[in-house]
Write a protein that binds this ligand. Sequence first.
Ligand SMILES: [Zn+2]
Length: 59
Amino acid sequence: MNTVTGSGECPECFDQVELKDVMQNEIVQCSSCGADLEVTSIDPIKLELAPEEEEDWGE
Ligand SMILES: [Zn+2]
């Protein structure tokens, strides 16, 4: 399972979001604006706004 630690740019507020051991498609929260972000790529790290629907995405 590939995970990555680093930072990516929040598409909402353009701040750098610190990421630790995240997987692709994981949902993270921007510490600056609180937006839910989906890790769409981990190499390089790319973040996109997560869809608001379907909060219950757990397994
Ligand atoms: Zn943000």
